[in-house]
Design a protein around this ligand. Structure first.
Ligand code: ADP
Ligand code: MG
Length: 219
């Protein structure tokens, strides 16, 4: 569960960007956040994932008070409890698909212990549609659609409670986009994972339980 009260955020020497009086997200919710380019969507995700220091009255992520956490504590919390799919995927190009999926396990004992017998990196990638051969191909040799599946598997390995995706479909064509979103949401529902996805693409919004316009949160 995420609970935010009276959040205000501005970058140094910049005008106020975000103002959230009250925002609560229940565990297992799927939230679609839409807004124009430059409106503060990625900034809000960086606050929720603890990359940026929040200033608020209440800022609880999974009942942890981020206002009382150091940057180092937030970093560990992020790898333990968040899976993140970036717009450009941020895979390590020289590692194989499987090795990329294993990266969060190196940094999080918690996620290591949560990997189930039926959820090896290999099986996750196969369930997302990669072939046996592609499992061991260097990330840089995979297509955009395949790289995106690797990024999704990396975000889901070890079942973090919250899945964050920042415009993950912008590089995909319409068909792949719909299928990708459906897959992410059904996997998340199966694990009771909270999903927060940012996009300017309204065609995928319908599949989410909750929709917000970033304008609601603009200062
Ligand atoms: P969105 O993801 O909706 O496109 P962002 O959250 O990336 O928007 O950016 C919101 C605003 O904050 C933009 O005007 C952007 O230029 C500015 N901004 C983003 N990152 C920084 C930063 N590190 N320092 C100063 N300004 C920033
Ligand atoms: Mg952005």
């Amino acid at each position: 569960m995420i609970k935010i009260q009276n959040l205000r955020f501005a970058y140094p020497n910049q005008p106020p960007l975000l103002a959230i009086d009250h925002w609560q997200i229940a565990q297992g919710d799927s939230v679609f956040l839409q807004g124009a380019s430059g409106s503060g969507k990625s900034t809000l995700l960086s606050l929720i994932t603890g990359v940026l220091q929040p200033e608020a009255e209440v800022f609880n992520i999974l009942d942890t008070d981020f206002l009382a956490c150091s940057a180092t504590e937030r970093d560990q919390f992020r790898v333990d409890h968040f899976g993140v799919i970036f717009q450009t995927f941020n895979l390590l190009p020289y590692l194989s698909a499987v090795e990329n999926v294993k990266v969060p396990l190196r940094f999080s004992k918690r996620r290591q212990t949560r990997v189930q017998a039926d959820e090896s990196p290999e099986s996750l990638l196969l369930s997302l549609g990669l072939s046996e051969q592609q499992l061991h191909a260097k990330a840089s040799t995979l297509s955009i659609g395949q790289q995106q599946r690797v990024a999704a598997a990396r975000a889901m390995i070890g079942s973090p409670e919250i899945l964050i995706a920042d415009e993950p479909t912008s590089a995909l064509d319409e068909d792949n986009r719909q299928r990708f979103i459906e897959h992410i949401l059904s996997e998340a529902a199966r694990r009771n994972t909270t999903v927060i996805m940012v996009s300017h693409d309204l065609r995928i919004a319908e599949q989410f339980a909750r929709k917000h316009l970033i304008e609601e949160f603009r200062a």
